[in-house]
Design a protein. Structure first.
Length: 97
């Protein structure tokens, strides 16, 4: 008996490509597109597992997208804490003189 040929989900492929673009050419938009399309692709694949393949591609896109977003958020927090702390120290030093 011949097994049915499963087609790779186009959304899963797009999620992976957008995830890579999120790290290179389109930092925020690519990551956002990777996250949204990755979740949509996984839903599609879950609804039609006999017809669609590409769950690994969707997961890779999700990981790339979320990792980029988390690193961006942490970078903003570090930036604010560093320069906020620097402003507090400078204000303290200005009061001492």
């Amino acid at each position: 008996m011949q097994a049915p040929i499963r087609q790779t989900s186009g959304l899963a492929i797009f999620s992976l490509i957008a995830g890579v673009l999120g790290w290179t050419l389109l930092p925020f938009l690519g990551s956002l597109a990777a996250i949204v399309s990755g979740h949509m692709a996984r839903g599609q694949i879950r609804r039609a597992p006999d017809r669609l393949d590409g769950d690994g591609l969707a997961i890779a896109g999700l990981v790339l997208g979320w990792a980029s977003v988390i690193i961006a958020i942490l970078s903003v927090i570090v930036f604010v804490v560093f320069f906020g702390g620097l402003a507090v120290v400078l204000a303290f030093l200005a009061q001492q003189h």
